[in-house]
Design a protein around this ligand. Structure first.
Ligand SMILES: [Zn+2]
Length: 154
């Protein structure tokens, strides 16, 4: 993939509980179990704020059906509350790391639009908007386009 091919920077969550430790090794194991060649995202951001590079940016990811060839995938650890319900569980350090990382990626590909995985669900009723009843899943459990509007407006 060339940087000029990138139309979207897609935010994901690992869909693990805020109280659960989900290591990059566990993530890699799970993704290999699904037939991916290693972690499908380009970056993984731990609850600690640590940013783990997973795939080179010129390598196609495996994270969003139909859009892998024109997107980068960023995943944060979490997305479910302690009871297993979808929730924005980002820690302050994760928020800071994500903002820094997304700003950096946006710098590489200024044309790219930051959004959440669920925002690329099919528009089943064809009204031009992806509404909550059309979401295939709730990933990344937050309003990414609203959250990162200032970066998208750059
Ligand atoms: Zn996702």
């Amino acid at each position: 993939m060339r940087t000029t091919d990138i139309r979207y920077i897609v935010l994901h969550c690992s869909a693990t509980r805020s109280t659960q430790d989900y290591s990059p090794e566990a993530l890699e194991h799970d993704h290999r179990g699904r037939g991916f060649r290693g972690i499908g995202y380009h970056y993984y951001v731990r609850r600690s704020g640590e940013v783990i590079p997973c795939r080179p940016l010129d390598q196609i990811g495996a994270h969003v059906r139909g859009y892998n060839a024109c997107s980068w995938g960023v995943c944060y650890e979490g997305g479910l509350d302690s009871a297993g319900r979808p929730a924005d569980t980002r820690t302050p350090k994760q928020r800071a790391s994500l903002l820094r990382l997304l700003r950096q990626l946006k710098g590489y590909a200024p044309q790219a639009h930051i959004l959440g995985h669920r925002d690329l669900s099919p528009d089943r009723n064809g009204d031009g908007r992806i509404t909550s009843e059309e979401w295939l899943k709730s990933c990344p459990c937050l309003e990414a386009e609203t959250e990162y509007r200032t970066l998208n407006d750059l």
